[in-house]
Design a protein. Structure first.
Length: 255
């Protein structure tokens, strides 16, 4: 049985299909749904729609840390995970944990604004960092989130389920970010998803593209749109397509 997804955006619309066992948005209560032995993370929409100025490994690591901490978010300020368990979840077989330390350092320094897309139709503006702190000692990683972020991460009204094993199949951070965005707007009842209208500059933000990076649309289109879409189609059972809209011969919209 197939599931179809059409991501409609004023400046960006994607359509794709996914088989019924693929990752879905779900309706049951979220309390207790994220267990440490499961292979998915319940991720708040605001945590998906972040400025993607972190690497692929860093984004994957943050998803694993959130999955590990999820049940404890309402009651615990600090969370723990064995370094070897974290690296196993990331399918990271290097004996050098410097990469992991660099990833944690980047997450502590990465600012997160909610909601980039104003998806919940609220005008609240907020900013924090993806992690408040991180410590590695005696093979144990201890970390925390800021209080406002903890509140939003647990039992969110708007969320998606992200497969921790599936995310490890991506080689591009743009492809992973775009895949998460598709999941974020998938409606399992309608088998259809549609984003609100996204200005092209907002899309560049979501993909972590600075203003001076890929100034020519031709390069942006290849490295941030077409290649990530091709990767999503290869490593998942989604089929993603894109269309373009022009204004005075200039591409101003994608669909």
């Amino acid at each position: 049985m197939g599931k179809s997804f059409s991501l409609a955006v004023k400046f960006f619309l994607l359509t794709y299909c996914t088989r019924r066992y693929m990752l879905l948005l779900c309706n049951p209560p979220l309390r207790g749904v994220m267990l440490k032995d499961t292979d998915e993370v319940v991720k708040h929409s605001a945590a998906i729609q972040i400025q993607n100025n972190i690497t692929l490994l860093q984004r994957r690591a943050w998803n694993v840390l959130l999955a590990n901490a999820y049940d404890e978010l309402p009651i615990e300020e600090m969370h723990n995970i064995k370094v070897m368990d974290l690296m196993e979840k990331l399918e990271f077989d290097s004996k050098n944990d410097d990469y992991l330390k660099d990833a944690l350092e980047a997450l502590v320094g990465c600012k997160m604004k909610w909601n980039v897309l104003d998806r919940d139709n609220r005008w609240e503006w907020g900013i924090t960092t993806l992690l408040a702190h991180a410590i590695i000692k005696n093979g144990l990683c201890t970390y925390s989130y800021s209080p406002p972020l903890r509140e939003r991460l647990h039992n969110p009204n708007i969320y998606a389920r992200i497969s921790l094993s599936m995310q490890n199949k991506f080689d591009s951070k743009h492809a992973l970010a775009l895949w998460e965005l598709c999941l974020d707007y998938l409606d399992k009842i309608k088998n259809y998803g549609e984003t609100p209208f996204i200005p092209l500059e907002k899309f560049r933000e979501l993909m972590g593209i600075a203003g001076d990076m890929y100034p020519e649309f031709k390069k942006l289109n290849k490295w941030v749109i077409k290649d990530p879409i091709e990767e999503i189609n290869e490593v998942t059972d989604f089929h993603v397509t894109v269309e373009y809209t022009r204004d005075c011969r200039k591409i101003v919209a994608l669909k």
